[in-house]
Ligand binder design. Structure first.
Ligand SMILES: *Cc1c(COP(=O)(O)O)cnc(C)c1O
Length: 366
């Protein structure tokens, strides 16, 4: 079986360290807050190259809290990619703001022309999602944001350690969010997330909002929520963080092997931009007979994924939006996308096996 993801195998490679880290948290009863959380927050801020990091309960909360901290005018519009996980858009609606969908370009990240085309006088912010582990064109996005005075939130849930022009994502916008969902490139052993920023006042606002509006133990200045990264997750993440660059390197080798083995056939491969350090959270191809191909691969013991099955504007949840997105590339192509197995659990022979199985499928179809 060639697995899409193999977290058990990863655990076995760092088992002693993880087990010790978890035991230490329990022995110190540092379950909520405390030194393990503080330590990881500092380490992750350093890794990203940002001043502040706040651990929160998950990547969805991170987005909601980060947006809240920007204090955008109620009812104003926030530009969100049509092809992302629903959490990106949910954060907008949950803050009393209006979702406005943007199309993607050839690399599946936010299309710059679409961004400008959907701007209105009521637009207050944009969320740049570094989809699949590839950075958005941040310099162009920041240029537009400056012209139209928009706040920029980076959703880095799939892009820990990814770069744009040698600068890590999460350091371009006003504020950035990460997810440590177990399957992400840096994953906890449960839910987890983080907010990263260079802006001290935004950081403090997020800190208070995520902690019941507290400024001190008994001083609640406003109503907030409870959203925290717990000690055990933080300790696990501290064990894993030093391995992240090595795991990214392995993902890059795998991606290159796929690219070489799958060229010149009738599926489209990921478009890799020149000025980015792609971290390959997902290796997504596009095939016309996608569903048949998935079934064929499954019959040959190869697990695949779909990201995303239905573009957001076509979901029931967004029936109410007054925006016709039917002409979007993101909405037309969602039925062709397929994510191949990706992760440091894979060996070269696995990749070659996936590639030859895809070729056999295409050949059979002729
Ligand atoms: C995973 C993900 C999220 C949500 O993260 P959770 O930790 O699962 O809440 C948000 N945005 C994107 C792009 C994601 O991939």
């Amino acid at each position: 079986m060639i697995k899409f993801l193999d977290l058990k195998k990863q655990y076995e490679s760092i088992q002693t360290q993880v087990d010790n880290a978890i035991r230490n948290v329990i022995m110190d009863s540092a379950f909520i807050g405390g030194k393990y959380v503080e330590r990881f927050e500092r380490e992750f801020a350093d890794y990203i190259g940002a001043h502040y990091c706040l651990g929160v309960a998950n990547g969805t909360d991170a987005l909601e809290i980060a947006l809240w901290s920007l204090n955008l005018p109620k009812g104003s519009e926030v530009l969100v990619p049509a092809n992302t996980f629903i959490a990106t858009a949910e954060a907008v609606s949950r803050n009393g703001l209006v979702v406005r969908f943007i199309d993607c370009g050839e690399d599946y990240t936010m299309d710059i022309a679409s961004l400008e085309a959907h701007m209105t006088p009521n637009t207050s912010a944009l969320i740049a999602v570094h989809l699949y582990g590839q950075a958005c064109n941040m310099h162009e996005i920041l240029e537009i944001a400056k012209t139209y005075r928009l706040k920029v939130i980076e959703d880095c849930a799939q892009a820990h350690g990814a770069t744009y022009k040698d600068q890590k994502v999460g350091t371009f916008g006003d504020i950035a969010t990460f997810s440590f969902y177990p399957g992400k490139n840096l994953g906890a052993y449960g839910d987890g997330g983080a907010i990263v920023t260079n802006d001290k006042s935004l950081f403090h606002k997020c800190q208070m909002y995520a902690n019941h509006g507290r400024s001190s133990q008994y001083g609640h200045e406003f109503e907030g929520i409870n959203s925290r990264l717990d000690g055990i997750q933080a300790a696990v993440l501290s064990v894993k963080l030093p391995y992240l660059d090595q795991w990214i390197k392995q993902r890059r080798t795998i991606a290159q092997t796929y690219m070489d083995a799958l060229k010149d056939i009738s599926i489209s491969l990921p478009l890799i931009k020149e000025n980015v350090g792609h971290v390959w959270h997902l290796f997504v191809i596009s095939a016309t007979k996608r569903d048949e191909l998935i079934t064929y691969l499954k019959e040959h013991n190869i697990q695949c994924g779909i990201h995303y099955h239905t573009a957001l504007p076509k979901l029931k949840a967004y029936e109410g939006i007054r925006q016709d997105c039917s002409h979007f590339k993101a909405c037309k192509e969602d039925k062709t996308l397929l994510s191949l197995p990706m992760g440091e659990h894979l060996e070269k022979k696995d990749i070659l096996c996936v590639a030859s199985t895809i070729k056999a499928f295409l050949h059979q179809g002729l």
